[in-house]
Design a protein around this ligand. Sequence first.
Ligand code: SF4
Ligand code: SF4
Length: 86
Amino acid sequence: MLNGCGDCLSSCENNAIKSILSDVIPILNQDKCASCGDCYEVCEDNSISRDLFTAEVNQEECHKCGKCEDACPEHAIKKENNGILS
Ligand code: SF4
Ligand code: SF4
């Protein structure tokens, strides 16, 4: 059953799968971020970096799975599509 988790994107060795959500990007609000590291832990692409104070998404590495948004206890990450926050 499809649930949009994005696991197939990172596991396909032939890079043969593209997400229809590719125009949706995670936007991290650093004013809300508590640098807990939860998003960093769930990101399988290692596309989130963090320091003692905040975190940051590397959009070049991100495959838009949305797991970081779900993991953030501070609701600091929101998907953005064509300028509209979900
Ligand atoms: S959406 Fe979040 S968890 Fe998924 S690859 Fe991008 S930064 Fe990582
Ligand atoms: S999960 Fe949320 S609060 Fe924690 S480091 Fe990531 S963005 Fe910041």
